[in-house]
Design a protein around this ligand. Structure first.
Ligand code: ADP
Length: 454
C-alpha cells in the first residue's frame, strides 16, 4: 500500500515539477492532476493484466507484477493451486468410488428425478442390455420394457425387490434379474440389479428333486399300504399271504435303497473332499467289488454273466475306500442289471499313458443312444425306466459315481455303441496314483458315442 502511495506521489511530484519548470504554478497543479490520471491509467492496465490472468487461472504462467499486484497475484495463485489440488483429490476419490461400483457383481444405475439414467455400471448395462455411454440420459422406462418393472417404477412401494426376465437370448446373459429401487436425495433413485438366474435354477432343481423323490416313494408306499389293507380286512390263504408279504418286502427294500442312495448323495455333497492320506491297492478295491458283482449276477441272471477281471496289480490309489468302493459297485451292478443274462463284462484298473488311472467296466449290453449320454448323471434320469425299476434301480447310481470321481479330482466317462455295449470309466489324476509295477497294460481302441460325464 505504502509502495502504491509513494508511486502515486512520485508521479504527482514529477509532473507538477515538470509544470513548474516549464511554465508557472498553475501548470504545476495541472501537471500534478495529469500525473495522478496517468498513474491511474497505468494501474488500470495492471488490473486488466491481472484480470486477464485470473480468467485463465493458469498457475503455470507467471506474469510479472510489482507491489500490491504482485502480492495479489501470489495469493490468488496459492488459492487457485489449493483449489486445484482439492479438485484433483476429489476427482481421484470419485474415480476410485466409480471403479469400485464398476467392479461390483451387482448392477448399479443412478436415476435423476425424471427417471433418466445419470450413470450406469457395466454389470447393469450387461444385464439389461444397455449401452453404458449412449443410453445415459435415456428414460429408464423406455429401456426396461417389462410391465412388472413399469408398475414397480411408477408405484411408490420400493420396499421389496421385483424379478424381471433378462434380455438373454445368449447363455452368457442372465435370464432372470432381480431389481430393487432405493430413493435418495431430491427424488433421485438408486436402482440395484442382481443376476438371479442361478438362484432360480437352484430353486427349480430343488422343486424337481422334491417332486422326483415324492414320485419315487409314492409307488412303493401305495403298494405297501394296499397290501396292508388287504391283509387287515380280507382273510387270505397262506400262499397268497406269503406272496403279498414277499411283494411288500420288495417295496420296502426299494424305499430303503432310495433312502440309502439319497443319504449317500447328501453325505458326498456335504463333506470335504478326501485328502491324500489313505493309499489302497487297486486289487484291494477290485476284489470285493468283483465278488459282489458275481453274487448279484448269479441272483438276477440265468445263466450268469461272464465276468472277466483285466487289471494288473500295478498301483495304489489315494482316496476314500468306501466312496471308491461304492462308485465301482454302482458301475458294476449297472453292467449286470442292464446286460442280458449270459452277457460279457470286463472290468479292472488300468494306467493310461498320460499317467491317469482308470477303473473301467465294459459290458456287452444294449448300449445307450448318444442323446442320453449327457443326461445320465442327472438324478432320477433313466434310459430304460422299467428295467431300472425291475432290477431295483434308484436312478441315483451314476450321480453318486460322478460325485465320487469329482471329489477325488477325477472324471466319470462313458462310451457306448447301441446294440454292442457300454464302457463306463472313472479316471483319477496322477497325484492320486502310486506305481507298484511300472509296465501298465494299454486301453483298447474305440469307435462309438463318447461322453465325459464329469
Ligand atoms: P439306475 O438306478 O436306474 O440304474 P443310474 O444312475 O445308475 O440309475 O443309471 C442311469 C440310467 O443309465 C439307468 O436307468 C440306465 O437306463 C442307464 N444305464 C446305466 N448303466 C448302463 C449300462 N451299463 N448299460 C445300459 N444302460 C445303462
Amino acid at each position: 500500500m505504502t509502495q502504491r502511495l509513494i508511486e502515486l506521489l512520485l508521479f504527482v511530484v514529477l509532473t507538477s515539477v515538470w509544470g513548474l519548470v516549464h511554465a508557472s504554478a498553475g501548470w504545476a497543479v495541472a501537471g500534478a492532476l495529469a500525473g495522478s490520471v496517468l498513474w491511474s491509467m497505468l494501474d488500470g492496465l495492471r488490473a486488466r493484466r491481472f484480470l486477464k490472468w485470473l480468467n485463465t487461472a493458469d498457475t503455470s504462467q507467471s506474469p510479472r507484477f510489482s507491489g500490491l499486484w504482485a502480492e495479489l497475484f501470489a495469493r490468488s495463485r496459492k488459492v487457485i493451486k489449493n483449489q486445484e489440488s482439492k479438485t484433483q483429490d476429489s476427482n481421484a476419490r470419485l474415480e476410485n468410488f466409480l471403479a469400485a461400483i464398476q467392479s461390483s457383481p451387482n448392477g448399479v444405475i443412478l436415476l435423476d428425478a425424471e427417471g433418466r439414467i445419470e450413470w450406469v455400471n457395466l454389470t447393469a448395462a450387461h444385464q439389461l442390455g444397455f449401452d453404458p455411454q449412449k443410453d445415459v440420459g435415456q428414460y429408464i422406462q423406455n429401456l426396461v420394457r417389462s410391465p412388472v418393472f413399469k408398475n414397480y417404477f411408477l408405484g411408490s412401494d420400493f420396499n421389496t425387490e421385483i424379478q424381471i426376465g433378462g434380455i438373454g437370448a445368449r447363455p452368457s446373459v442372465p435370464s432372470k434379474i432381480s431389481v430393487q429401487i432405493h430413493p435418495y436425495g431430491q427424488k433421485r433413485k438408486l436402482m440395484l440389479t442382481r443376476d438371479v438366474t442361478a438362484v432360480e435354477l437352484a430353486d427349480t432343481m430343488r422343486r424337481d428333486f422334491v417332486a422326483n423323490v415324492s414320485h419315487e416313494i409314492r409307488t412303493p408306499l401305495t403298494v405297501l399300504s394296499g397290501f396292508v389293507e388287504t391283509l387287515q380286512n380280507i382273510p387270505v390263504k397262506e400262499a397268497d399271504r406269503n406272496l403279498y408279504l414277499g411283494m411288500m418286502s420288495q417295496q420296502a427294500q426299494r424305499m430303503q435303497m432310495l433312502v440309502s442312495d439319497l443319504l449317500t448323495l447328501s453325505r458326498l455333497e456335504g463333506s470335504p473332499a478326501p485328502g491324500q492320506g489313505d493309499w489302497i491297492s487297486s486289487e484291494d478295491l477290485l476284489s470285493p467289488a468283483l465278488e459282489e458283482t458275481r453274487a448279484l449276477s448269479s441272483v438276477i441272471a440265468q445263466p450268469p454273466h461272464e465276468i472277466t477281471p483285466v487289471s494288473e496289480l500295478a498301483f495304489s490309489i489315494s482316496g476314500n475306500k468306501s466312496e471308491l468302493h461304492s462308485a465301482m459297485s454302482n458301475l458294476l451292478s449297472n453292467a449286470v442289471r442292464y446286460t442280458p443274462a449270459g452277457g460279457r463284462i470286463r472290468t479292472g484298473w488300468l494306467l493310461r499313458p498320460d499317467g491317469w488311472a482308470e477303473f473301467f467296466v465294459e459290458d456287452s449290453g444294449p448300449g445307450i443312444a448318444a442323446e442320453h449320454l449327457p443326461r445320465l448323471t442327472e438324478r432320477f434320469y433313466r434310459v430304460d425306466r422299467s428295467r431300472s425299476r425291475e432290477t431295483g434301480g434308484t436312478g441315483l447310481g451314476l450321480a453318486i459315481v460322478k460325485h465320487v470321481a469329482q471329489r477325488h479330482g477325477g472324471q466319470l466317462n462313458v462310451k457306448s455303441i447301441v446294440g454292442q455295449g457300454s464302457t463306463f470309466s472313472i479316471a483319477l489324476p496322477p497325484s492320486r496314483i502310486q506305481l507298484i509295477n511300472p509296465t501298465p497294460p494299454t486301453l483298447p481302441a474305440f469307435s462309438g458315442s463318447e461322453q465325459d460325464l464329469a
